[in-house]
Design a protein around this ligand. Structure first.
Ligand code: B3K
Ligand code: ZN
Length: 877
């Protein structure tokens, strides 16, 4: 947290560092109240810079002493600012020795060195290293680190840092030490240490090359029964990176450490990944299928960063998507390859599309909209966004779509060959792709520089006499903050045509049935000859670009695609379009107080899909999930959260009533008796079974309630138990006894108690008063981000009908807690602050309350840059 006035930092102002660092030797005397950090850096002037001033960053630390080339500097020889230490006109070669103090136990920001449950952990990305010692804390300064840790042996028996353990031993006064050396150059944001009371699951693993490595998963005592899946996922990640990309683990030792207090998912520190417990700990009794999938994805993600992020890193933080977009793309491909089937792959793709629509499109259309490579920021931590991550991954995926698998792989190989050991830019990545494929990717650059979601409008004509089909594609992109007009994007549109029988029509003489059309202008016409019958177009197959695609489909055409499209993503998409038009009509009817009706044609299409046994359960589940309330909201001119909720509930209830027997059959047919396995087929069955139960509970009768209660009582895994409880909560039935039993059964399992809070926060009858009551529960604390998220975020983001109560009480609650969290943990506070991003889209009466709440936060004393940036962007015009 900074208290000096916020400064906007611009990408165009980048200058190379004035000094480069060769080696860093760090000594830590760890004490929760008073940790002494001794830092010895060898620096030399950077020939690429004319500047001879050394600028070190530092924040919330106390300078004890500083020596340059052996001589103590007195305060007249350096300038100590609020967040920097500058030495003017330094010699060409410099050895700096700096001693500082910090108080990890008081560090509630969870950035820098902090204490969680009595042990020490660090988080340095993006700018946490400066909270540990004075240093040029920027990613383009890469150095080799040696770390000496000293701490009480009894309290902190395990001492870990990056790289290899080279020495350890005991010290007087019950203390001990460990010395670690990381052989690879790295930026400071990848530094990590852990001093803790932990136990580990470990394994020796043989790489393809025959080299043996040590893998460890470190957790608190009592959690060793929950580390198998993380270890298995780590081994799968190592093997997959070798097989798919030819990338080998470069260290002899790779560690994962789980910690209960953590701001985000996990962190890719070199050789010492630190994880939120949520993405490590799992056994069938405590974790759901979704949790297991999350562990696989995040373990993969952090491991893959070792090449995409660590070996090749970012020149500056504007380039964040260089590592994050690419690494998300890699973890998505990993998860899809682990399932291995085409339909399983499609289900992972549908999930990605859902995330984009749910979170990224709204961001791209709101006050925080920014390009994949932002041009400016106040607080970089605010830019770890769905745009940089998920849209960034879409940008990488578009190279693959445009170049094809072989050329894309050549591009990756060239990128590593050119830039290993360097800090580079998004342009360097694009250049490697262009050079390896021989393609001109200059227009593609706009995906990095222009914010906003492009809208592609398609129209078509069919000339039966000449058998010619013409498709016209036009694009435009709405204005975003600071970018009033946009130039055309280079958009790959995967395209096919369906005949009346539902099969794909050949599009050319080669008989291709899917083509990648490249839309580069504002408007282009694509002509296909020899099309023997009036076709239905299947556009943007596989979701080939992160755009909004509009085509004047009739209901009959959508039903045809929903039944027959050979592309499963577009099959799903057709169902979503059918559902969306009904949700919007029903919402309007609710607003007008008109009678509500759902046409049988839609239900019949849903029914046919539910009964189609040739489809995987996982796919059927996806196809039957209605667009979420917030995705519907995004499609409305003026958002009415309560009307949307009523409309969607009506639709669910009607489907449940009409398809009762089919849903009951699906419920029975997809049971997964026997030992729990998180594999995709079993998880898909559970998904469909529990979706059927949730639908049935939208129109509950005795029988359905009995099924749900019985499933809750008798469940042998958390997926079934939690699904039953959530379904019951949503019926409004009295489940006090079940909630109490659940709590008692899992008291002490923090991650399960998080679920307990979250399921109540999202319940339709949970209003602000009830949330305040839950906050009084002895297990509630704002200090642990997972717990704060489980209650506050689940309510503010996941319960729109209650959060947007007409009296504004939800917004008051929001403001109060953004301010409270701001004092504890600005990063988490700023995330919560984003719940109000889209406030101008609501009806004027709600807007009045929202503005008041935003202004209250903006005027709060000691506001962090993090929160200030979010609320001032929301309030600005
Ligand atoms: N690189 C980290 C994110 C750090 C966030 C800092 N506020 C995790 C990841 O993307 O793998
Ligand atoms: Zn990442």
């Amino acid at each position: 947290m900074r208290t000096d006035s916020p400064q906007t930092i611009f990408r165009k102002d980048y200058t190379p560092p004035s000094y480069l660092v060769e080696t860093v030797e760090l000594g830590f005397d760890l004490d929760p109240a008073r940790t002494i950090v001794a830092n010895r850096v060898t620096m030399r002037h950077n020939p690429d810079s004319k500047n001879r001033d050394i600028v070190l960053h530092g924040e919330d630390i106390e300078l004890v002493a500083i020596r340059m080339n052996g001589t103590e500097l007195n305060p007249g020889q350096y300038i100590l600012g609020a967040t920097t230490l500058t030495i003017k006109g330094a010699p060409l070669n410099v050895v700096l020795e700096i001693e500082t103090l910090c108080a990890p136990q008081d560090n509630t920001t969870l950035s820098g060195l902090y204490v969680s449950n009595g042990s020490f952990y660090t988080q340095c990305e993006a700018e946490g290293f400066r909270r540990i010692t004075y240093f040029p804390d920027r990613p383009d300064v890469m150095a080799v680190y040696t770390v000496m840790l000293r701490a009480d042996k009894e309290k902190y028996p395990v001492l870990l840092s990056n790289g290899n353990l080279v020495e350890e031993g005991t010290l007087p006064d019950g203390r001990h030490y460990a010395k670690w050396e990381d052989p690879f150059k790295k930026p400071s944001y990848l530094f990590a240490l852990v001093a803790a009371r932990l136990v580990c699951q470990e394994e020796r693993y043989t790489l393809k090359s025959g080299r043996e490595v040590l893998l460890q998963v470190w957790v608190e005592d009592g959690n060793l029964d929950k580390t198998d899946y993380a270890m298995q996922s780590l081994k799968n990640s190592i093997r997959w990176d070798e097989e798919r990309w030819g990338l080998e683990l470069d260290l002899d030792r790779f560690m994962i450490v789980a910690v209960g207090d953590f701001n985000m998912g996990a962190m890719e520190n070199k050789g010492l990944n630190i994880f939120n417990t949520k993405f490590v700990l799992a056994n069938p009794a405590t974790a759901t299928d979704v949790d297991y999938a999350g562990i696989e994805a995040v373990v993969g993600h952090e491991y893959f960063h070792n090449w995409t992020g660590n070996r090749v890193t970012c020149r500056d933080w504007f380039q964040l998507s260089l590592k994050e977009g690419l690494t998300v793309f890699r973890d998505q491909e990993f998860s899809a390859d682990m399932i291995g089937t085409d339909s399983g792959r499609a289900v992972t793709r549908i999930d990605q599309v859902r995330t984009l629509r749910q979170a990224q499109y709204p961001e791209d259309a709101g006050p925080m909209a920014h390009p994949v490579r932002p041009d400016s920021f106040v607080e970089i931590n605010n830019f770890y966004t769905v745009t940089v991550y998920e849209k960034g991954a879409e940008v990488v995926r578009m190279y693959l779509t445009l170049l094809g698998r072989d050329a894309f792989r050549k591009g990756m190989d060239l990128y590593f060959a050119r830039h290993d050991g360097q800090a580079v830019t998004c342009d360097d990545f694009r250049q490697a792709m262009a050079d390896a494929s021989g393609r001109d990717l200059s227009q593609f650059e706009r995906w990095y520089s222009q914010a906003g979601t492009p809208v592609v409008t398609a129209t078509s004509t069919y000339d039966a006499e000449n058998q010619v089909y013409e498709l016209t594609l036009a694009q435009q992109c709405p204005p975003t903050p600071g970018q009033p007009t946009k130039l055309p994007f280079h958009i790959p549109v995967a395209f096919g045509l369906l005949g009346a029988q539902g099969s794909d029509l050949p599009l050319n003489a080669d008989g291709d049935t899917t083509l990648i059309l490249e839309l580069m202008g504002e408007r282009e016409v694509f002509r296909f000859e020899g099309i023997a019958e009036q076709p239905v177009p299947s556009l943007l197959r596989g979701f080939s670009a992160p755009v909004i695609l509009e085509y004047p489909y009739t209901d009959e055409e959508l039903v045809h695609l929903f039944r027959h499209d050979s592309d499963p993503v577009n099959r799903w998409e057709a169902g979503q379009r059918l559902a969306m038009s009904r949700l919007l009509d029903l919402t309007a009817a609710v607003q007008q107080g008109a009678g509500l009706e759902l046409d049988y044609g839609f239900i019949a299409a849903q029914r046919a899909l539910l009964l189609d046994d040739t489809l995987d359960a996982a796919f059927r589940e996806q196809a039957l999930i209605l667009p979420s309330e917030s995705v519907v909201a995004d499609r409305m001119e003026v958002v009415d959260p309560r009307a949307i909720h009523t409309a969607r509930q009506f639709m669910r209830k009607t489907i449940a009533t009409v398809l009762r027997s089919e849903l009951l059959n699906a419920y029975a047919a997809n049971d997964t008796p026997g030992e729990y396995s998180p594999d995709a087929v079993s998880a898909g069955k559970r998904g469909l079974k529990n979706l059927a139960l949730a639908y049935l509970c939208a129109a509950p009768d005795e029988h359905v309630l009995t099924l749900a209660f019985r499933q809750f009582e008798g469940a042998t895994n958390m997926t079934d138990r939690a699904s039953a409880l959530v379904a019951l909560i949503h019926t409004g039935a009295n489940v006090d006894a079940q909630l109490e039993a659940f709590y008692q059964q899992f008291d002490g399992e923090a991650l399960v108690i998080d679920k307990w809070f979250a399921m109540q926060a999202g319940a339709p009858n949970t209003d602000v008063a009830r949330v305040r009551e839950l906050m009084q529960h002895p297990s509630f604390t704002l200090k642990t981000p997972n717990r704060a998220r489980s209650l506050l975020f689940s309510f503010c983001n996941g319960n729109p009908a209650q959060f947007h109560a007409p009296d504004g009480s939800g917004y008051e609650f929001w403001a109060e807690h953004v301010i409270k969290l701001n004092a504890l943990n600005p990063q988490v506070a700023a995330r919560l602050a984003r719940s109000m991003d889209r406030w101008r889209r609501y009806d004027p009466a709600l807007q009045v309350h929202m503005r008041t709440a935003l202004e209250r936060v903006a005027a709060a004393p000691k506001l962090s840059n993090d929160v200030l940036e979010v609320v001032s962007k929301a309030l600005s015009n």
